[in-house]
Design a binder for this molecule. Sequence first.
Ligand SMILES: *[C@@H]1O[C@H](CO)[C@@H](O)[C@H](O)[C@H]1NC(C)=O
Ligand SMILES: *[C@@H]1O[C@H](CO)[C@@H](O)[C@H](O)[C@H]1NC(C)=O
Ligand SMILES: *[C@@H]1O[C@H](CO)[C@@H](O)[C@H](O)[C@H]1NC(C)=O
Ligand SMILES: *[C@@H]1O[C@H](CO)[C@@H](O)[C@H](O)[C@H]1NC(C)=O
Length: 334
Amino acid sequence: MSPSVNALVLALATQALSVPTTSAPHQQTIQWRSYPDVEAELHAAFPGFNFPHPFECSSLSVPLGYTDPASEPLDLSLIKVNATKEPVLGSVLWNPGGPGGTGFENLAVQSEDLLKTLGGQYNIVSWDPRGMGKTIPFDCKFGQNGHQRRDVAALWSGNLTEYFLDNGWSQAKDYADTCYKAQNTTGRFIGTAFVARDMVEIIDALGEDGLLRYWGLSYGSQLGAIFMAMFPDRVERVLIDAVVNPHDYQIGHWGNYLVDADKTLLAFLEECAKNKERCALAQFINQTTAVDLLSTINAVLEPLGQDATTNIKARTAYVEAKAAIFSGLYFPIT
Ligand SMILES: *[C@@H]1O[C@H](CO)[C@@H](O)[C@H](O)[C@H]1NC(C)=O
Ligand SMILES: *[C@@H]1O[C@H](CO)[C@@H](O)[C@H](O)[C@H]1NC(C)=O
Ligand SMILES: *[C@@H]1O[C@H](CO)[C@@H](O)[C@H](O)[C@H]1NC(C)=O
Ligand SMILES: *[C@@H]1O[C@H](CO)[C@@H](O)[C@H](O)[C@H]1NC(C)=O
């Protein structure tokens, strides 16, 4: 989504204190401890990185399929960093978004910022939601299932628009079929509604009040919203951050992410023009208004865009230049 709509929405569900929390007789309680092999794995994944806070892990067994009473179990790997201030007010479940973001690794890496942002009095707990990382990673095993790679020579030798009009649909079908085959035993258990059910299992097993405290970014805002819709009486407090448009997300379009991109670019160029001594771009092209800066950028991009459907070099340059601009708008460095 556009960073200009990086809104912070706080949803408070009122919860009568007298509501008893039901607990299943077989309820598990999470036993946290340090796992040297998991720590070694994380250190290997982030060589030289100094993890800011110690973390502990645990494994929780949940049903692979919630709609099947005889379902096989699924082990969720959980990670937790302790609150740094007394009194401890409970645990917050955290999801970094994606939807392919690993909560497990991200919590270990970002614990300092997360703890501080929440004020230090909450433990933070995370996990890899179904479909990624340690939990049924969604691996389509391309190359092993008869999946055909695109013919690169054909891709670049003709008119790309025509190439995609002629081949795009069949290639997308091939891609989907390959993923379906590779995931044919577990694919149907991957989805946000089951992730929300996993969260119920987690908050029950935390042995606190059985209510959700949650912070989710981006896809995590979708997850938080779905949890609240499914289990409104299980919510203590939910923070949805960097909010996605749920309709746009659900239909797989993600076009809303670009709605304000041009405005954001123009706002950046306005700041750039005002602070020329701190803006390398304005100095480089020696322009003093946002509109002049924008027309200079467009004057470079337009001819590349025109050639991009038929010329591989122009296309690569065009796509890279636009990706660099988009990435700057999506992840602004302050
Ligand atoms: C986290 O807090 C719990 C409960 O106070 C304590 O038993 C545990 O040792 C702490 N873990 C770490 C890594 O400090
Ligand atoms: C490429 O094909 C499209 C669709 O047929 C056509 O509109 C476009 O003009 C072609 N581009 C070039 C540069 O020939
Ligand atoms: C999954 O795919 C394998 C290999 O193609 C096949 O043997 C198996 O029967 C499939 N399982 C299901 C549940 O469709
Ligand atoms: C930039 O523009 C200003 C005003 O038009 C001019 O005085 C200056 O010489 C230009 N600088 C360069 C490096 O071209």
